[in-house]
Design a protein around this ligand. Structure first.
Ligand SMILES: O=C([O-])CC(=O)C(=O)O
Ligand SMILES: [Mg+2]
Length: 217
């Protein structure tokens, strides 16, 4: 198993990291939003990198160990653990291993354990929950293949961005356009905020009065 696929240009990932997940989701055509069930261990955690996709069946963590061994600096482990709530396949030891390889964080549709230490290590983790129960280390899965992350498709080398609000996936080919659109959106929002502070009504600013009267009885 290897992780030999194209990744986004590092400078683009750096630019992407400056935006919020919600802005990128909107700017990229309201695509790529990951289920809100996946939350950061600490609201201050932010994540941005190239997705190293992993399918790791519930109850086991062999594929996570294998993925860390082939990861490249700048990768984020994106693990489909089938939404399992009954095991903790990742903890502070594996977080240590990730940090040693320059992995930028973990996103898992499943649980983790050792949360207090992981927070202290400042290693960004987004998970469905916490569970102390250990796993086996013997089941097959996949690394660097397309996965479904709680229903959202993720391909290896897609960009993934996360903050307190949630996670968004951006196809590698769309990253530059998403950044350009996010810049425009932020500029527009500066003007809108200013107008709101000056007393303008959002119904007028967003041209919503006609819609409102159309649905009013
Ligand atoms: O070892 C495991 O199975 C998961 C864990 O607790 C750690 O990484 O610290
Ligand atoms: Mg542990």
């Amino acid at each position: 198993m290897d992780a030999d696929y194209e990744r986004p240009v590092p400078s683009l990932l750096e630019e992407l990291a400056a935006f919020s997940s919600a802005t990128i989701h909107e700017a990229n055509g309201q695509r790529g939003a990951v289920s809100g069930a996946l939350k950061p261990l600490d609201p201050a955690m932010r994540i941005c990198g190239s997705a190293l996709t992993v399918h790791c069946p519930a109850g086991d963590n062999l594929m996570i160990h294998a993925a860390i061994a082939v990861a490249r600096p700048g990768d984020v482990l994106v693990v489909d653990h089938q939404g399992a709530l009954d095991d903790g396949p990742f903890g502070d030891l594996l977080a240590e291993a990730c940090l040693a390889r320059g992995i930028r964080g973990l996103v898992i549709d499943g649980c983790v354990r050792d949360a207090t230490t992981i927070r202290q290590m400042n290693f960004p983790v987004f998970a469905r929950g916490l569970c102390i129960k250990g796993t086996t280390k013997n089941k097959p899965g996949s690394i660097g293949r397309p996965i479904s992350l709680a229903g959202e498709p993720v391909a290896p080398g897609d960009a993934i961005l996360g903050d307190e609000d949630g996670l968004v996936v951006v196809r590698r080919a769309d990253v530059a356009d998403a950044i350009a659109a996010a810049r425009q959106r932020e500029a527009k929002e500066v003007a809108l905020r200013e107008a709101i502070r000056n007393g303008a009504c959002t119904l007028d600013l967003l041209d919503l009065r006609n819609r409102l009267s159309a649905i009013k009885s």
